[in-house]
Design a protein around this ligand. Structure first.
Ligand code: IPM
Ligand code: MG
Length: 365
C-alpha cells in the first residue's frame, strides 16, 4: 500500500519526536511491504518564522493532497505576544477545521510496566484503559463572537461556547461506535447544571444512545468527572466530551497513566486525519534530545489504524512500545531513581529494533 503522508514537525520538541515516529513508520513499511511517501511542511511557530503565517497555503494544500498528516507539536513562547490569529496554535486550529477533523480520539492506557510511574497507587491505575472522545471543532475554541474590546483599563474579553445538535450527534456516534468495540460504556461529561450547551449536549447524547441499546450511557458533570478520574481511573471506558473539557481531561489522563509524553491522538472525521501526540511543544526541554517520542510513535500507530485500516501494523507498533517498556527502557519523564534515562533517539531506536525482531515473524505470514 502507498502511505502518502504529510509530516508537520512544528515547534519545540515536535521535530525531535516526529523524527522518531517517522523512523518507526519506515521500519513498519519495510516489514509489511508498504511504500512510504513523505513530504514535510511547516506549521505553527516554524511557519510563522518562515512565512509569517502559522498555516501557509502550501502546507494545507499538501495535507489535503495526502492520505494522512503526522504532526509534532505547535507553540512557542516567542509568539506569546502576537495577536490570536498569528499565534502558532492558530495554525493547528485552522488545520483541524480545514480538514474537518471533528473527532479527537485520545487513548490513555496504563502500560503494565509503568504502573509505578503514575503518581497514583499502582493498584488504582493498574488496568486503566480510557478512550477520550473529544469534540474538536466546536465550543469555546471556535465560537463567535470572540474579542477583546474597549479602552485600556476597562476592556472586556468575550468568548462564546456554542453547540448545534448535528455537531453533538456526530461526535456522540463516534463515541458509541467505539464503545461497541470496547467495554460498551460511554460516560458523557458536561456541565449541564450551569451551561445551556451542556443541557443540549446531554439531551442529544441521550437520544443517540437509543440506537446503541447494548451500550451503557452515564453522565457526569466535568468537575466531578475530574475527581473520579484520579480516584478510580479504571472504571472509565469511553469518555465523550466537548472541546475544552476534553482538552483539560486528556492532559489529566496523561498524568494519571504516568506521563503526558505517552499519549497519542487521532483527529478524524474529515477526508484527511491528523495524528499528533497530546503533549505540547515543551520549549523547556526542546533541542535537548530528552523528550519522550512514544506519544508520537503511538500516534503513528493510530494513523495506520484509522487512516489506512492497517490494524496488524498498528498493533505491531503498540506491542513494540509495550515490549520496550517491559524491558525497562525509559526516557527522562519516566525514569525512576536508579534508572538511567534514554535519549529521544535511543528510545526510537529501541522501538525500531523491537519492531524488526517481532515483525519478521508476523509480516511474512
Ligand atoms: C491539544 C493542545 C491544543 C488544544 C493547543 C496547542 C491549541 O493543547 O491538542 O490538546 O488546545 O487543542
Ligand atoms: Mg491540550
Amino acid at each position: 500500500m502507498l502511505l502518502n503522508l504529510t509530516i508537520l514537525p512544528g515547534d519545540g520538541i515536535g521535530p525531535e519526536v516526529t523524527e522518531q515516529a517517522v523512523l518507526v513508520l519506515q521500519a513498519i513499511a519495510d516489514a509489511f511491504g508498504h511504500q512510504l511517501q513523505l513530504q514535510s511542511k511547516n506549521i505553527g511557530g516554524a511557519a510563522l518564522a518562515a512565512a509569517n503565517d502559522p498555516l501557509p497555503a502550501d502546507t494545507i494544500q499538501a495535507c489535503i493532497a495526502s492520505s494522512a498528516v503526522l504532526l509534532g507539536a505547535v507553540g512557542s513562547p516567542a509568539f506569546d505576544h502576537y495577536p490570536n490569529h498569528l499565534r502558532p496554535e492558530a495554525g493547528l486550529l485552522r488545520l483541524r477545521r480545514e480538514l474537518g477533523a471533528y473527532a479527537n480520539l485520545r487513548p490513555a492506557i496504563c502500560f503494565p510496566a509503568l504502573e509505578d510511574c503514575s503518581p497514583l497507587r499502582a493498584d488504582l491505575v493498574r488496568g486503566t484503559d480510557i478512550m477520550i472522545v473529544r469534540e474538536l471543532l466546536g465550543g469555546l475554541y471556535f465560537g463567535e463572537p470572540r474579542s477583546i474590546a474597549g479602552a485600556p483599563g476597562s476592556r472586556v474579553a468575550t468568548n462564546t461556547m456554542t453547540y448545534g445538535e448535528p455537531a453533538i450527534e456526530r461526535i456522540a456516534r463516534v463515541a458509541f461506535d467505539l464503545a461497541m468495540k470496547r467495554r460498551q460504556k460511554v460516560l458523557s461529561v458536561d456541565k449541564a447544571n450551569v451551561l445551556e450547551c451542556s443541557r443540549l449536549w446531554r439531551e442529544v447524547v441521550t437520544r443517540c444512545a437509543k440506537d446503541y441499546p447494548s451500550v451503557q450511557l452515564s453522565h457526569m458533570y466535568v468537575d466531578s468527572a475530574a475527581m473520579s478520574l484520579v480516584q478510580r481511573p479504571k472504571d472509565f471506558d469511553v469518555v465523550l466530551t466537548e472541546n475544552m473539557f476534553g482538552d483539560i481531561l486528556s492532559d489529566q489522563a496523561g498524568g494519571v497513566v504516568g506521563s503526558l509524553g505517552l499519549l497519542a491522538s487521532a483527529s478524524i472525521g474529515g477526508p484527511v486525519g491528523v495524528y499528533e501526540p497530546v503533549h505540547g511543544s515543551a520549549p523547556d526541554i526542546a533541542g535537548k534530545g530528552i523528550a519522550n517520542p512514544l506519544g508520537a510513535v503511538l500516534s503513528a500507530a493510530l494513523l495506520l489504524r484509522h487512516s489506512f485500516e492497517l490494524e496488524p501494523e498498528a498493533t505491531c507498533i503498540e506491542s513494540a512500545v509495550s515490549a520496550v517498556l517491559n524491558q525497562g527502557y525509559r526516557t527522562a519523564d519516566l525514569a525512576r531513581a536508579g534508572q538511567s534515562p534514554l535519549s529521544t533517539s535511543e528510545m526510537g531506536r529501541c522501538v525500531v529494533a523491537e519492531l524488526k525482531a517481532s515483525s519478521s515473524s508476523v509480516a511474512i505470514a
